[in-house]
Design a protein around this ligand. Structure first.
Ligand code: TXA
Ligand code: MG
Length: 346
């Protein structure tokens, strides 16, 4: 399959944009198109068509029991995706949509069974990105869209990441440049007045607490033995080709770990803040920005993780960050990418 590539500037007023019209036409014909959102690139198709959704799963190589997020462009579209929603969910929508918050709601009959992996619920969000919104508008129906990476790889934050993973496997890519947040949306479930975070992401726990009284972590995020309520959380994810270890310790400990691997003849890559990069030597150094700006680190982390795949790096060592604010999501993704392997200073 030839993959079409359209470059579209990330600007408002895209209603008549020809590339978007063309991409929407393919989607209406049941094809799969990658597009930028404010979090990461999504792989979009008609959320109401089992056949179209099947193409997403096969392009990604995604396990079929992992449900997709449904994207809407305006509130009136919500009833096409969900059958009911309560006041607490509505407050979240008012506060955070458009934006990086996915709310799990009872599914409407219109949404295809494959989209939700036969669950009775559907995750819905309204992305805060002019291209995503214009594409959904032009298609005229909600778009199911997982992140546009091959299953297991870091999510794409640039058009070229999508191209590398999916060229020849999908109909087209709308390249709108770098995404903003750099990590995926926060996924929440709402039961009565309690909001449970199933996946940390672009909206932090503290931000949710500004709007609702009861916010909890899904127990699976706190205790490894629990089965997660968000099916996608149980798979290895976001991983570069070389094995990744997180290093929890001071500069000298970190350098010692690098030296140890080098003495075994391995090429060592490090993924570190500017502050730490200045104090370490390794074969490949990737700087993710100042450790004073975790939000900027979040924007870059997937790109930098992917960049090791173009090198001969045999082991990657990454710094850890405070587990607060956007650091909640950043550390969640780094731990997953590392398969929970953390080297801790005694
Ligand atoms: O920022 C994002 O959320 C991006 C952009 C493209 O919107 N999308 C994304 O989709 O990250 P994906 O498929 O990579 O991750 C969706 C997550 C998975 O962990 C999945 O299990 C969970 O959302 N999810 C989807 N529907 C669910 C449901 N009904 N109940 C529980 N979890 C659900
Ligand atoms: Mg994903």
């Amino acid at each position: 399959m030839i993959t079409h590539k359209w470059n579209v500037d990330n600007v408002d007023n895209l209603a008549g944009n020809q590339a978007i019209q063309e991409a929407a036409m393919w989607i209406r014909e049941g094809e799969v198109i990658a597009f930028p959102t404010e979090t990461v690139y999504g792989l979009g198709a008609d959320a109401c068509s089992n056949d179209a959704i099947e193409k997403i799963f096969s392009a990604k190589g995604r396990p079929s029991d992992n449900p997709l997020i449904v994207h809407i462009s305006r509130l009136e579209q919500l009833k096409q995706a969900a059958s009911t929603w309560e006041r607490t969910a509505e407050s979240l929508m008012n506060a955070f949509w458009p934006g990086p918050l996915t709310i799990v709601l009872p599914k409407s009959d219109a949404i295809a069974e494959r989209t939700t992996a036969r669950l009775a619920t559907v995750g819905v969000r309204m992305p805060d990105h002019p291209i995503a919104l214009a594409l959904i508008d032009a298609a005229g129906f909600p778009l199911a869209a997982p992140s546009a990476n091959r299953s297991g790889k870091p999510s794409p934050t640039r058009g070229e990441h999508v191209y590398r993973d999916l060229n020849g496997r999908i109909k087209g890519i709308i390249d709108g440049g770098k995404t903003g947040v750099g990590l995926e949306s926060t996924v929440v479930e709402v039961i009565g007045e309690t909001v449970t975070i199933l996946r940390p992401g672009g909206i932090t726990k503290a931000q949710l607490e500004n709007v609702v009284d009861h916010v909890e972590w899904d127990r699976a995020l706190l205790e490894e033995k629990q089965v997660p309520k968000s099916p996608g959380m149980k798979y290895t994810h976001y991983a570069p080709d070389a094995p990744l270890y997180l290093v929890d310790g001071e500069r000298d400990f970190f350098q010692g770990v690098i030296n140890q691997h080098q003495s075994e003849g391995k090429k060592v890559g490090i993924l570190v803040s500017d502050e730490l990069a200045d104090q370490l030597t390794a074969d490949e150094v990737r700087r993710v920005g100042s450790n004073q700006r975790i939000d900027w680190i979040a924007q870059q982390i997937y790109h930098q993780l992917r960049s090791f795949d173009d090198t001969t790096t045999e082991v990657i060592l990454a710094e850890i960050y405070p587990d607060e604010g956007i650091g909640e999501a950043l550390m969640n993704r780094l731990l997953k990418a590392a398969g929970n392997k953390v080297l801790t200073q005694e």
